[in-house]
Unconditional design. Sequence first.
Length: 288
Amino acid sequence: MTAQPITAADSGTFTIGGDLTVNRLGYGTMQLTGKGVWGDPQDPDEAVRVLKRSIELGVNFIDTADSYGPVVAEPLIRQALHPYTDDLVVATKAGLTRSGPNDWRPVGRPEYLRQQAEMSLRHLGLERIDLFQLHRIDPKVPLAEQLGELELLRKEGKIRHIGLSEVSVEQLREAREITEIVSVQNLYNLSNRKAEDVLEECEASGIAFIPWFPLATGELARDGGPLDDISKRLNAKPAQIALAWLLRRSPVILPIPGTSSVAHLEDNIEAAGLELSDEDIETLNKLA
């Protein structure tokens, strides 16, 4: 008998907002764009292949944003995957504007957020966005106004659930007094755990925690380093170890590693089947 291939289903499931059950290992689309997350991908055909292959490998949670490109990642998703399978959740974001490569500026005016939600519906070919995330809180606009507009869109049936990105525990608590928040997307990985308190708050409240830049390993993967040792023993790549650690770290974590390569996508998905020992976890926990 041959072993069953590893798929995203091997990462387990999480139910977002009480009604959206997804495989925990998802896919993030930021790297499908040009350099500096600006413009079209260098290889558009490969970008489409990556998206199609992700679905074949059991991914049913895809994260994107209107600002990826801008207006590049969302149309690529529609081109590759529309009409969507019934179990696919496409989450998008608005609230960051672009003025050039690697340039990101928060804009949270209610009329702007509404406009971008309407545009995302069109670009993705959806009647309702399952998870719509405020990409950044705009410090120039009261949070109640920003989330209030998203709550109106939710009541109108244009979005299903509301999430946040790059917030503190205090901001998350303030937001939850305004409307229901089902997800938080913060920078978090094996070598950067500054959002540990936010993760713990999400875990205590049953809120999905979506770590962006999940594969950062840096010096941890150097020859002879702790990640290198574990990788060699398990015959796995450092990035796979990093993803497997995230999946073990908390049941509310939904990693969304991104790539523009089918080969790298397949490597990432294999992390769903990687079993780390308690000793491995203890070693990795001490690295940050």
